[in-house]
Design a protein around this ligand. Structure first.
Ligand code: G6P
Ligand code: ZN
Length: 612
């Protein structure tokens, strides 16, 4: 009695003690393996109808994850939250009941079930000194949501990053063998609407709770991780300038939960700067992917055509800066007035301007930069000019996290602070182990703030100016990604095999569709920290002695059929050609790549579904 009174006094006001041992009784429900529960680039993603319509679909995957973690679950803390899509809160309740039955001592759940992907990473790494063993993120990222959309489940490990392949392979193996589900079926639903702590005791006289559920702020830990990376007073000064205006489109994803406290409360922006800032289960019917095709409202507002070209009339009255996020707020798109910044250019510009970012200044500079292989080589040129180590990794954020944690392998070197970026609208740094859409926006605002610290009102150094400056120094990488979506999976694999045969048979340069085809290979990678090997990470075709490059790979994040991604790039050093139209510059490479891959023959398509 005395002990429980003492612990009640020390606990926060919103603690509730529930002393009904029956609630923690574990039910073992028989189940059978379900085919196809193999996590892709970012966890398990399937149509909502598969999750809802297949008995035990979620339960099997969660049990397989816990089985793969084994002893790590015992007495541990797990983070759970998601991007707010349809099925998010249903899944949270199931996961909490299963966590209790699988030996976890505590679960941290985001308020209303909401946590962005970078927020989960920050909570795992920092809350109570990194007390959580890992986290489950309920998101299918940029894929649409709702009953006809997608649902996703992803496990992040103790470093805050996506699980490495050894873990996802183990989960998959467990999913093929799972026969029983462990669930505390009597445990009541978590009240997600209010922050607070509920302690469940196994019996009325138990000294300590057997299981604790804490509903925590969705935003506090994230803000504590991200805001110190930047000079907030300098950002406030930029936002207050009469000649600066900006629009942030949260696309009805979880970024909306963060946008108002960061942009409005911390930076002083007017609430009207925020578009679609209420998280909705179906993202308002939209496709929450921040690119030219899907963020069309923002693109138009910023004075751009759907192809990313400047629309003079609209640009005249457009805001100076625009940005958008995806469903789980880890992606970003950066726009200037009438100007689209390719994600590959974005990371290169941030590297070139690292001195504008407090986090990098405080650390005495960038220690390393990295890009995924299909990302353009703009970053390479900037890294070379700065003398900073540059790494190239396969697609998927987990590979970057590993480099950031690489001190043990690289001896004296410590690759933090680290900057990384991907063509797929992902940018981030070592403040967490996920890409971070809001971090990227604040990084860009920091560049504009630094460049305009002294400029008179009316002479704002613009987004476009900053990008052109990088081109002038390092050349321009014209870049496009062509996606062939929902292609028949057999045809997609046959296309990759055709290119593989091309690599095997390559005898030297030759003309293809009027361009000189000068080399090819298949990208593979060995992670120097975990030793993980990644084979077959993309076919690379080189043209014009390497100035031109086309990469083919199959997407790892789709939920239906296969998606072929074709990444096309041309490096131009001659400033007189910087203003050419990207589509015109790249057209010959596209034609050659279509010919070499036998695209039409394998897929029946001669045009991409989406070009970004
Ligand atoms: C997720 C990952 C990214 C990766 C992207 C690739 O968003 O977090 O790191 O670039 O998937 O998707 P893809 O569909 O090309 O495999
Ligand atoms: Zn995402």
């Amino acid at each position: 009695m005395a002990a429980s009174a003492a612990s009640a006094a020390a606990a926060p006001a919103a603690t509730r003690a529930v002393k009904d041992g029956a609630l923690l009784a574990v039910t073992e429900k028989p189940t059978a393996p379900i085919e196809g529960q193999k996590p892709g680039t970012s966890g398990l993603r399937k149509k909502t109808s598969v999750f809802e319509g297949t008995p035990n679909y979620l339960e099997n995957f969660i049990q397989s994850t816990f089985n793969a973690l084994g002893e790590e679950c015992k007495g541990a803390t797990l983070v759970v939250g998601g991007d707010g899509r349809y099925y998010n809160t249903t899944a949270v309740q199931v996961i909490v009941r299963m966590a209790a039955a699988n030996g976890f001592a505590r679960v941290w759940v985001g308020k209303n079930g909401l946590l962005s992907t970078p927020a989960v990473s920050a909570i795992i790494r920092n809350r109570e000194g990194g007390a959580a063993v890992g986290g489950i993120i309920l998101t299918a990222s940029h894929n649409p949501g709702g009953p006809d959309g997608d649902v996703g489940v992803k496990y992040n490990t103790g470093n805050g990053g996506p699980a490495p392949e050894a873990v996802t392979d183990a989960i998959y193996e467990c999913s093929k063998a799972v026969t029983a589900l462990r669930i505390c079926s009597a445990l009541p639903d978590v009240d997600l609407a209010a922050e607070g702590r509920t302690e469940y005791f196994a019996s009325a006289d138990a000294a300590a709770p057997g299981f604790v559920v804490e509903v925590i702020s969705s935003t506090a830990d994230y803000e504590a991780a991200v805001l110190p990376c930047f000079d907030v007073p300098a950002l406030r000064k930029l936002v207050a300038r009469e000649d600066f205006s900006f629009v942030y489109d949260a696309m009805h994803g979880v970024a909306g939960a963060y946008a108002s406290s960061i942009f409005v409360d911390a930076l002083g922006a007017d609430p009207s700067c925020l578009l679609n800032a209420t998280p909705l289960p179906d993202f308002g019917g939209g496709h929450p992917d921040p690119n030219l095709a899907y963020a069309s409202v923002l693109v138009k507002k910023l004075g751009l055509t759907p192809r990313g070209e400047r629309d003079e009339a609209a640009a005249a009255t457009a805001p100076a800066f625009g940005a958008a996020a995806d469903g789980d707020a880890d992606r970003n798109m950066i726009l200037g007035r009438g100007f689209f910044v390719t994600p590959s250019d974005s990371v290169a510009v941030i590297a070139a301007n690292w001195e504008a970012i407090k986090q990098f200044r405080d650390a005495g500079g960038l220690k390393g930069v990295a890009r995924s292989m299909p990302t353009s080589r703009a970053l390479d040129a900037v890294a070379a000019s700065l003398g900073v180590p540059r790494f190239v990794v396969p697609t998927g954020w987990k590979w970057f996290g590993s480099l950031m944690d690489s001190k043990a392998v690289y001896g004296k070197e410590d690759y933090t602070p680290f900057l990384c970026g991907e063509e797929s609208f992902g940018t981030g740094s070592s403040h967490v182990r996920e890409k971070d859409g809001i971090w990227a926006v604040l990084a860009w605002m920091s560049i504009l703030a630094a460049r305009n610290a002294e400029t008179p009102i009316g002479s704002l150094v613009s987004v476009e100016d900053v990008v052109r400056e990088m081109w002038a120094k390092c050349g321009r990488c014209f870049y496009q990604r062509h996606d062939y979506e929902e292609v028949d999976s057999k045809g997609a694999h046959a296309l990759m095999d055709t290119l593989r045969a091309e690599v095997a048979a390559f005898k030297g340069p030759r003309e293809v569709a009027g361009v000189s085809f000068t080399g090819c290979d298949e990208f593979e990678y060995t992670d120097s920290v975990t030793g993980d090997k990644a084979a077959q990470q993309g076919m690379r075709l080189f043209f014009a002695d390497g100035a031109g490059r086309v990469v083919f790979r199959l997407s790892g994040t789709g939920s239906v059929g296969a998606t072929i991604r074709m990444y096309v790039e041309m490096n131009e050093k001659d400033p007189s050609r910087f203003n050419a139209d990207a589509a015109d510059v790249l057209a010959p490479l596209v034609a050659a790549a279509i010919e070499l891959s036998h695209m039409k023959e394998h897929t029946g398509r001669d045009e991409a579904t989406v070009i970004t």
